[in-house]
Design a protein around this ligand. Structure first.
Ligand SMILES: Nc1ncnc2c1ncn2[C@@H]1O[C@H](COP(=O)(O)OP(=O)(O)OP(=O)(O)O)[C@@H](O)[C@H]1O
Ligand SMILES: [Mg+2]
Length: 522
């Protein structure tokens, strides 16, 4: 490990992938004792630039210097040795090992032996106490929540002596409460002299946490500014190049029930019941939102609805027909559409091309075949139209979707699902990790779909999103529905209490003398 770093500078960084210039002459620097936020739409080049700084990718041209001395990283090990660490959005922990074992992984003692785990555990406890990172070194990683796993990753970076730490969308997977906890830790790290690079699509987080902000657009650096006095509007303009429109929608005209969930029970990964007797009815022309803190059965509910997790008991009816025993494809063919949470995306699907993904469920569709022959030209045309209508940024139709940025994968799936004019749509965290412009687009499409008479079930941890889109909001806690509210009658405060497990009749009257108390639950 080198001495104390005061500044890391990147100059004229260029990185090209087939068909895209991900970084085009980018300058960027981060200093000890600051949070430098990196903003930009999906595919702007944020992760690529940071993977270069962390030695995971090599630029075609450009330099990196630490305190004025040029360095060259051939691997993350080189970057770590120089004092630069990175926390990825997808954690790289071994679930069958304990926290201490994960921290020790790949580390050798100075005498070349594997580290003494007791020593590691002690150091983990010290770091955990010093930075307020609550973890137990003896816990098995498989038993940790997403937030806890993230804390282990941070401890791992600190353990290795990282002074400059890159956090790539650390809040995208966290609940609002966990975000608050993370910010306390990050502020502590900055106070201790660490320099942080913080990537997020949530502008209120960026303005709350960062000292400086750099905006990327299409691989170009649009500028770096101090966060003081930066308004949301001016940041959006720098990122997107235009102002955002307000969402528009007709008044809702809910029709008959299309999707009916009857007393549904579903088991979770560990065999225990995670959805316990949920009954909901979603009407044609209605968006029913489901609020809840992550881990309260929403994911299992969505998986059961789309047919990738077995139903233990109860029914799922689409236009009166019970499809709870059906496989995914049959449900889709009967008029159900699915916008899955990113984690539900099957790994293999990521290797399929953009066009193959468009036809994932439709290869049997009569419009695209003559007899047994597929009509390739027609298929390519359909895929091209969807890509252009939904503004999916991709070099071409043959690109594997793993090479698209998160928001663009989400737009492609949305395009595919909505083009089939579904009767019912299950949307699970549809805008998580998606940039502001694309979020606006996806939300508007959900409203349009509702206006066309689709029954939409929207599962989201983002309360703003639920309030913006839903006609009714149901709150889920420990596998049960705690209450359902008309959007106009719902208030954030009551929903917050229900999300924390309180029954509607027990929600206390607002206490004027304790204005901040809401923040503890929402
Ligand atoms: N391994 C790769 N192969 C080919 N293209 C890639 C690869 N990684 C990234 N790209 C492309 O480079 C561009 C920049 O991607 P990058 O992941 O850096 O964007 P980002 O700003 O992090 O976006 P997001 O907010 O969605 O995470 C995109 O057009 C993306 O499709
Ligand atoms: Mg990224």
């Amino acid at each position: 490990m080198g001495g104390t770093i005061s500044q890391v500078t990147m100059n004229g960084i260029v990185k090209t992938f087939p068909g895209v210039k991900a970084c085009n002459q980018i300058d960027f620097d981060v200093r000890a004792g600051e949070v430098h936020a990196l903003l930009g739409e999906n595919g702007a080049g944020k992760s690529t630039l940071m993977k270069i700084l962390y030695g995971m990718l090599r630029p075609e041209s450009g330099q990196i210097a630490i305190d004025g001395t040029q360095v060259e990283f051939r691997s993350p090990a080189d970057a770590l040795k120089a004092g630069i660490g990175m926390i990825h959005q997808h954690f790289m922990l071994v679930p069958t090992m304990t926290v201490a074992q994960n921290v020790a992984l790949g580390q050798k003692s100075s005498r070349g032996f594997l580290l003494d785990l007791d020593v590691v555990s002690r150091k983990v406890r010290e770091l955990s106490a010093a930075y307020g990172l609550k973890v137990n070194p003896d816990d098995l990683v498989a038993h940790l929540s997403v937030g806890e796993q993230q804390r282990v990753e941070i401890i791992k970076a600190l353990y290795r002596g990282a002074q400059i730490i890159i956090l790539d969308e650390p809040t995208a997977v966290l609940t609002p409460q966990e975000v608050d906890d993370l910010f306390v830790v990050l502020k502590k790290m900055v106070a201790e002299g660490h320099g942080l690079v913080f990537i997020s699509h949530k502008l209120h987080e960026v303005t709350a946490l960062s000292d400086r902000i750099t905006v990327l657009r299409d691989g170009h650096c649009m500028g770096t500014c101090s966060s003081d006095g930066m308004s949301r509007e001016s940041l959006v303009k720098m990122m997107v190049g235009r102002e955002l429109k307000a969402l528009t929608s007709r008044d809702s005209h809910a029709g008959p029930v299309r999707l009916q969930i009857v007393n549904l029970c579903v088991a979770g990964d560990r065999g225990t019941q995670t959805v316990s007797g949920v009954s909901l009815a979603v009407h044609s022309g209605e968006i029913l939102g489901i609020a809840g803190v992550a881990g309260n059965g929403q994911r299992e509910l969505a998986e059961a609805l789309i047919g990738v997790r077995p139903v233990a008991s109860g029914g799922i009816l689409l236009d009166g027909q019970d499809l709870s025993g059906w496989k995914l494809n049959r449900r889709i063919n009967s008029g159900m559409a699915i916008i899955p949470e990113e984690r539900m995306l099957d790994g293999a699907i990521r290797d399929f091309s953009v066009q193959e993904n468009v036809f994932l469920h439709d290869h049997a569709d009569k419009a695209f075949r003559t007899g047994i022959f597929l009509r390739f030209k027609k298929m390519a045309e359909h895929a091209r139209n969807l890509v252009s209508d939904f503004k999916v940024k991709t070099p071409n139709l043959d690109t594997p979707i793993r090479n698209l940025s998160g928001g663009n994968i989400q737009k492609l799936i949305m395009a595919r699902e909505l083009s089939r004019r579904p009767n019912a749509l299950i949307a699970s965290q549809p805008t998580r990790g998606v940039d502001i412009g694309a979020s606006e687009y996806i939300r508007q499409q959900l409203l349009n779909q509702r206006d066309d008479g689709t029954a939409v079930l929207l599962i989201s941890e983002d309360l703003d999103e639920l309030f913006d889109l839903s006609d009714r909001i149901a709150v889920m806690y420990e596998g049960q529905i705690m209450g359902i509210f008309d959007r106009h009658e719902a208030d954030v405060r009551t929903i917050g209490f229900l999300m924390a497990g309180m029954k509607p009749e027990d929600v206390p009257e607002p206490d004027e003398s304790r204005p901040g108390c809401l923040d503890a639950v929402v």
